[in-house]
Structures are given as structure tokens and as C-alpha cells.
Design a protein around this ligand. Structure first.
Ligand code: SAM
Ligand code: ZN
Length: 336
């Protein structure tokens, strides 16, 4: 059974109209672009709506590869730090490297990343007590869709959302190209989810919490829409990571500096902003999870990656109290 979208203002089930959803009570309308409903508040960068209208026009006319190139050329620069970081890495590649990247898109962006994330999901679910249901799953901050695409092979019905609607449209186009038809894509913010209470059996959110503007509100929303007995699996980059370079800017021990200094240093050395990333310490994450999940959560300090490395072998033998405070990532399992 599909889950009915709810109005963000008054939680009424929305009515589907041609090209939009409408709230029967407050009459609020939520526009649909290229088959993706838009529930996020406002534009996330200036000119976003124009970009989305262009993407909608081209959606059916282009192959996936053409569409991906087109979408990447459309993004407004200096507006979305996460995309800026990705685009700048891409811009440093030569023409041949770009072509190779496009040819390997499935393998590099979707399959490899998706397999790693499903592996994390499975490891975290081993800590779950009782029966695990997977009928309705949600990926929050799905980006271009690695978790959702791999999960679609295992689970029945998947919803995948992101604030960045262009990424969601690209992910939808990829799935259409690959014949994957059990994922429903939407654009929304994790801090205002257009779903009724208790809707999902499994909620995943990996590589997202440190990007989210209102982290506590997002965890509250996740807990609200999780079904009783359902599970939330996620991760959170550790501010006091002592074992690897900070994954967004590739600088070591940056979390030990005051945040404003870390941002300035990142701009000076890496030319990337860092004020949009909010990694939590173990204490901060614990406090937020306690407020939202009560006692029904666990923080798992280490999950062995599918990719063997020297760092992984060393981390495996580290005492849990060290890992809890100083490993690169905290893994989260929540229930209700
Ligand atoms: C590092 S990417 C990870 C994407 C995907 N989970 C993956 O692993 O490939 C972080 C994603 O979080 C999204 N994001 C940031 N804040 C968000 C919010 N408040 N609600 C939903 N998505 C958000 C960004 O647009 C971006 O796609
Ligand atoms: Zn309403």
C-alpha cells in the first residue's frame, strides 16, 4: 500500500491533482517536477526553480548520460556547498577522466557506495531485538540514490527523499533507465517530513546528519514517522575523529579547532567551505538521541567496512571506549 503524503502545515492527507498535491484543509499546494513532488521549504539555492523547470523539460528527451551532463551544467555555482564540493572535484578531472567517470557512474556512484551502505544497514540491524520488518522503507538524504537502488533489490517498497531536488530527479531518471520501479522519489527536508506518524518499518540515513541544518528536529521527525517496532539506521561523522582525515575536506584533527577557525582553514587550504558541515561529538549525539528516542537507541562505535585497509585492521583491535570518542563515525540504531 502506498503511503499517503501529508500536509506539512496541518498533517491532512493530500489530494493528488495534475502537476501538484493539494491540502484539502489549508489549500497549500506542493508542485511536482518531473514526477517528483516538492515538499521542501523554498529554494535551496537562488534560481533552483528555474533549474528544475529546465530539468523537467529535458527529462523525457534525453538518455540518462545526456541528462546527467545537462543537470551538472545547470547547477548554480557557489550556492549549494555539498554540490560545489562535488562539482569542484569533478572540474579538476581531465576530459578523458570525466568520460571514464561517466562510463563508471553505475559502479562508482551507485553500486559500490550502495553495497557499502547496505552492509552497514545489515550490521546495525544485527543489534536489533525482535522481528525486523522491511515492507516500507525510507532513505533520508538519498542524494543520487545508492542506498535506495541497492535496497530496491531486497525490500518491497522504498521511498527516497533529499533536499536537493536535482539529485532526486537524476536518481529517478537512473532508476527509470535501469528498470527499477519500486522506489518513490520526493524532495523534502528531514526536519519537515510529509508523512503520517508510524509510517515506516525501516528508515535509513547515511552520510547525511552532519549536513542537516536542524539535527534535533530531524531526529524527532524520524522518530515520529517510524512504526512501533521499526528501526532507524544511520550514521554521524564524529567531530573528534582522530583516526582519518575529515571526510568532507580531507584535513586531519580539524574537529579539535573552534568551528570558525576550521572553516577559514578549509577555505584557505582546500578552497571548500566547512561552515555547512556540523559533525557531532559522542556527547552531543547521545544527548540528541536521548531527547528523541528516549532509551531506545544504540550508538555503535565501529562497523568494519567492506573495503579492507590498514586503518580498518588497526581500528578493529582498538578498545571500544577509544572508538566511541575518537573513531571517524558513530553508527546509530534507533527503534520505537
Ligand atoms: C553527503 S550527501 C549523501 C547522499 C547519499 N546518502 C549518499 O550516501 O550518497 C548528503 C545529502 O544530504 C542532503 N541533505 C542535506 N540536508 C538535508 C535535509 N535537511 N534533508 C534532506 N536531505 C538533506 C544533501 O542534499 C545531500 O544529498
Ligand atoms: Zn494543510
Amino acid at each position: 500500500m502506498p503511503i499517503a503524503y501529508c500536509c506539512l502545515d496541518c498533517r491532512q492527507p493530500l489530494e493528488e491533482k495534475p502537476g501538484y498535491y493539494q491540502c484539502p484543509k489549508c489549500r497549500h499546494q506542493y508542485r511536482v517536477f518531473a514526477g517528483v513532488p516538492n515538499f521542501k521549504p523554498g529554494e535551496i539555492y537562488p534560481g533552483e526553480e528555474r533549474v528544475l523547470e529546465d530539468l523537467e523539460k529535458q527529462y523525457d528527451k534525453m538518455s540518462f548520460e545526456e541528462f546527467l551532463n545537462y543537470a551538472d551544467s545547470k547547477k548554480e555555482k557557489n550556492s549549494l556547498p555539498w554540490e560545489l564540493r562535488r562539482t569542484m572535484r569533478f572540474e579538476n578531472k581531465s576530459g578523458a577522466e570525466k568520460q571514464k567517470w561517466l562510463e563508471n557512474y553505475s559502479q562508482e556512484v551507485i553500486i559500490k557506495a550502495g553495497q557499502e551502505q547496505i552492509h552497514v544497514t545489515n550490521i546495525l540491524l544485527r543489534y536489533a531485538k525482535g522481528q525486523i520488518r522491511h515492507e516500507t522503507c525510507l532513505d533520508i538524504g538519498c542524494g543520487r540514490g545508492p542506498w535506495a537502488v541497492m535496497a530496491a533489490k531486497i525490500y518491497q517498497q522504498i521511498y527516497a527523499l533529499d533536499m536537493d531536488m536535482a539529485s532526486v530527479i537524476i536518481a529517478k531518471k537512473y532508476c527509470a533507465d535501469q528498470g527499477i520501479n519500486n522506489i518513490t522519489f520526493l524532495a523534502a527536508s528531514s526536519s519537515a517530513l510529509p508523512f503520517p506518524d508510524n509510517a515506516f518499518d525501516l528508515i535509513n540515513s547515511q552520510a547525511v546528519l552532519e549536513h542537516v541544518d536542524i539535527q534535533l528536529k530531524s531526529l524527532e521527525e524520524i522518530q515520529r514517522i517510524l512504526a512501533p517496532g521499526g528501526y532507524f539506521v544511520g550514521d554521524s561523522v564524529n567531530r573528534y575523529n582522530m583516526v582519518t582525515p575529515e571526510p568532507h575536506i580531507d584535513l586531519r584533527l580539524i574537529g579539535f579547532m573552534p568551528k570558525s577557525l576550521a572553516h577559514k582553514l578549509s577555505l584557505a587550504i582546500k578552497k571548500f567551505p566547512y561552515d555547512d558541515i556540523k559533525p557531532l561529538s559522542y556527547g552531543e549525539l547521545t544527548a540528541m538521541l536521548r531527547q528523541t528516542f528516549g532509551t531506545k537507541y544504540k550508538i555503535i562505535p565501529f562497523v568494519e567496512s567492506l573495503q579492507p585497509s590498514l586503518t580498518q585492521s588497526v581500528l578493529k583491535v582498538m578498545p571500544p571506549c577509544f572508538l566511541k570518542h575518537f573513531n571517524h563515525t558513530h553508527y546509530i540504531l534507533g527503534t520505537k
